[in-house]
Design a protein around this ligand. Structure first.
Ligand SMILES: Nc1ncnc2c1ncn2[C@@H]1O[C@H](COP(=O)(O)OP(=O)(O)O)[C@@H](O)[C@H]1O
Ligand SMILES: [Mg+2]
Length: 370
């Protein structure tokens, strides 16, 4: 047996540690599969994406561990068989963590200097955030096309509608107070007013008017709305609760738009609660918030409007932002679409959490500095 050279052994260990650190530091998931199908390496980013720990993964059979991910299995076996590199940025998802993570995958052959193909190296990039951005862009596109269309239509309808309402009002005067016909004219007037309301909301949604920025006191806006709604909801057992963070400074924003935004959210909450409930409005500063993965951190204010109403069923949650989606008999379904637009114009974010039976919470994030 050759005597062990302590210096070489130490150097070897240092080199191994160095390579291990390099692979562990790669932000994308790296999994190495030997041609026998056994996993020989799995870095921390791969652990995070797949939900399998290094201990579970290393030494396990790739096709056993990823039995559900047929696309991944095909890629690995093809690379091992043919020695070619395969990429797929569209179709691969990883389900092992219990949630579905879309990933961009590339599978490289692991080739020895001699040319022998001894396995495959998989790199996995979590593209959840990219998918979310794509969805947001699609939603904005849809809204802006719809907005333009709606604005055109609204202009066309506005004048004849005025005519109908005027005529109905004239007609109303013609009948004597006892006449049954009076009820019909009132229906006509009421319904034209309803259409008028929808049209005004639509025009607002499509309005090209930009932001009119000025220093805005958020708590004053919220306080005024709450006071008004407290009056409107008098007679119902609704508790109005405020938790305001007094350290929030004035922010640069469009006061009229923010009023509309919070009025919409608060009215929705009150509508949802019916005869009794708790409406909670709170504000706080998030000092280290990152809107997107690569964006610099910025200070944001978070305003939450929460209610303990019936909540929003899971299947409705993604529709509530869509124009005309409403579950109310007199609803226009434009309120939240308008809210979404206002928040976007302020470079903020709006999100909803709701569990049926436990109420709903809308959170609006606005940058402290525009
Ligand atoms: N706080 C809430 N609790 C329960 N459902 C809500 C709440 N806010 C909004 N929704 C749901 O979202 C739908 C769309 O809201 P919105 O766009 O404001 O239109 P509208 O109020 O005219 O129905 C509502 O019809 C309702 O189903
Ligand atoms: Mg509404």
């Amino acid at each position: 047996m050759l005597p062990i050279n302590p210096t070489t052994e130490k150097m070897q260990k240092q080199r191994d540690d160095y390579y291990a650190t390099v692979i562990d530091s790669v932000g994308d998931g790296v999994i190495v599969v030997a041609s026998s199908g056994l996993i020989t390496l799995c870095n921390p980013a791969a652990e995070e994406i797949t939900g399998f720990s290094k201990r579970q993964a290393q030494g396990a059979l790739f096709e056993k561990l990823f039995a559900l991910e047929t696309t991944l299995l095909e890629m690995v076996s093809k690379t091992i068989r043919t020695g070619i590199t395969i990429s797929d940025h569209e179709n691969v998802v990883v389900r092992s963590t219990g949630r579905i993570i879309p990933v961009a995958v590339t599978c490289y052959p692991l080739v020895m200097e001699s040319g022998e193909n001894i396995g495959a190296i998989l790199t996995l990039k979590d593209i959840t955030y990219i998918r979310e951005l794509e969805a947001a862009v699609r939603q904005s596109d849809r809204l802006s096309t719809l907005g333009t269309l709606a604005a055109g239509l609204a202009h066309e309808v506005k004048n004849p509608l005025g005519g109908i309402k005027g005529a109905a009002q004239l007609l109303e005067r013609e009948f004597d107070p006892e006449s049954e016909m009076l009820e019909y004219t009132r229906v006509m007037i009421r319904e034209t007013e309803r259409i008028d309301h929808i049209i005004r909301e639509l025009l607002e949604l499509a309005s090209p008017r930009g932001l009119r920025l000025a220093p805005v006191n958020l708590h004053k806006i919220l306080g005024d709305i709450l006071l008004l709604q407290q009056h409107a909801a008098a007679g119902r057992e609704i508790a109005f609760i405020k938790h305001f963070d007094p350290s929030i400074p004035e922010i640069m924003a469009d006061e009229e738009m923010l009023t509309r935004l919070f009025l919409n959210l608060i009215c929705n909450a009150i509508d949802a609660m019916g005869e009794d409930g708790r409406l909670t409005v709170s504000s706080r500063v998030l000092s280290d918030y990152r809107m997107a993965q690569n964006e610099r951190r910025s200070r944001m204010v978070a305003i939450e409007v929460g209610d303990d109403g019936p909540g929003i069923p899971q299947q409705d949650l993604e529709n509530i932002w869509t124009p005309f989606f409403s579950t109310k008999s007199g609803g226009t379904g434009l309120g939240l679409t308008i809210c979404h637009k206002i928040v976007q114009e302020h470079r903020g974010m709006i999100k909803v959490e709701s569990s049926p039976g436990h109420g709903t919470k809308f959170t609006v994030l606005l940058p402290l500095v525009q």
